[in-house]
Design a protein around this ligand. Structure first.
Ligand SMILES: [Zn+2]
Length: 251
């Protein structure tokens, strides 16, 4: 059976340790890698977490000691990450690549809509304050589905190959994927990016319906659907992690 999910993490149990330092506790995920010769620490911006890669035969105790020796470094790197932005009144979030300020309009009819305010584009939200975050998130997911369905339909028509279904996800590791059964999955956060980035991801995943790999044939089809593929990939490399700041739970 073909495995088709992109950028998947290798299988294997993932444990974690908690490292205390200067009044903070950092959770460090552990990953044993057969080919690894030494301990490697990474602070991942998209998921705002810490990963310790370790040789397969190393002990948990050695891993803990290594993490504790590097606790100050972990703290400094986490502190340097861009701050998460909760969906709340007065917060600014991108929508189709354009910054929008969230405005609470408790007394008005409707649920969520966009307007151009005196200081620029705004997202208006009715209802009570505790429901603002959920309403904005639901609105963005609806908009993401609308744009993705339209883009997928357009690319599918050109290619003569339609997906079985389209699903939205919120994964830190991938923007889209195509399963062997022809289901396309996308991150709803693509609605935060400029429209051409969402369009590129739609083209990329539709191309996977025909080529279930990243072969030269696959890239040829992708470029036929979306000629600016390199620029879109570069945009995601530079700006992709930043999209995970918005609407983060607990932000
Ligand atoms: Zn791909």
């Amino acid at each position: 059976m073909l495995r088709l999910f992109e950028r998947r993490t290798p299988p294997g149990p993932v444990a974690h340790i908690d490292v205390a330092h200067a009044g903070e506790v950092y959770r460090v995920a552990l990953k044993r890698v057969a080919t690894s010769q030494r301990f490697t620490l990474r602070v991942r911006a998209a998921s705002r977490d810490v990963l310790l890669t370790m040789p397969e035969r190393s002990s948990l105790r050695a891993a803990r000691e290594f993490a504790e020796r590097n606790a100050a470094w972990i703290g400094a790197r986490l502190a340097r990450l861009p701050q998460p932005v909760a969906f709340a009144a007065a917060a600014v979030t991108p929508l189709r690549g354009v910054d929008h300020t969230i405005v609470h309009r408790p007394g008005e009819r409707g649920v969520v809509w966009t307007e151009t305010g005196p200081a620029g584009p705004i997202i208006c939200v009715t209802g009570e304050k505790p429901f603002i975050a959920r309403r904005v998130a639901d609105f963005l997911k609806r908009e993401a589905r609308k744009d993705l369905e339209a883009a997928v339909a357009r690319h599918s028509k050109r290619l003569g190959a339609a997906p079985r279904r389209i699903a939205l996800r919120d994964t830190a590791s991938r923007w889209g994927s195509c399963s062997s059964t022809g289901s396309l999955n996308f991150s709803w956060r693509l609605i935060l990016a400029p429209p051409e980035i969402l369009d590129y991801l739609a083209a990329h995943e539709v191309a996977h319906i025909v080529h279930m790999n990243h072969s030269p044939m696959f890239w040829k089809v992708t470029r036929r659907l979306f000629p600016d593929t390199e620029r879109a990939e570069a945009w995601l490399r530079v700006n992709g992690a930043d999209l995970h700041r918005f609407g983060a739970e607990g932000a």
